[in-house]
Ligand binder design. Structure first.
Ligand code: HEC
Length: 112
């Protein structure tokens, strides 16, 4: 083995855990909602993956707003995953949750 190769492996071994740490880090920061984000942006980044771009999954617009807001703030545990996460602890306020429910309704029942 020549010394260049040894150097390469040494660098790889040192930098790999740093990369992993960095990825874990950006992941956790990404789940935090910025307060100034509007409903459309929050929905796209934090809800769409589970609820689909048109809010067709796990969302019944006929349910009372109160219940839906609570689901967003406190989460909801169904029988099997995916579970609705609690978003209050991630910085979503009741007002934002209301806006999100309204936004999801517009997605599900397109007016155009
Ligand atoms: C990890 C997947 C996942 C993510 C991310 C997620 N949800 Fe959910 N959500 C669910 C599931 C699953 C349910 C259904 C839970 C049940 O009924 O038991 C649900 C339920 C809901 C409900 C109640 C719907 C109803 O008709 O009862 C609302 C409202 C809701 N989510 C909004 C949101 C919003 C807003 C976001 C983003 C801030 C979001 N969800 C992110 C999985 C997710």
């Amino acid at each position: 083995m020549n010394s260049n190769r040894i150097k390469f492996f040494a660098i790889a071994i040192i930098t790999l855990p740093l990369f992993v740490l960095l990825m874990i880090n950006t992941n956790t920061t990404r789940t935090y909602a910025r307060v100034d984000d509007d409903a459309a942006t929050v929905y796209k980044t934090k809800c769409q993956a589970c609820h689909s771009p048109k809010a067709e999954k796990f969302f019944d617009p006929a349910k009372p707003q109160e219940e839906q807001v609570t689901a967003i703030l406190k989460g909801k545990k169904s029988e099997k995953p995916p579970y609705m996460p609690a978003f209050e602890e991630k910085g979503i306020t009741a007002d934002q949750a209301k806006a999100l429910v309204d936004y999801m309704k517009t997605l599900k029942t397109p007016s155009n």
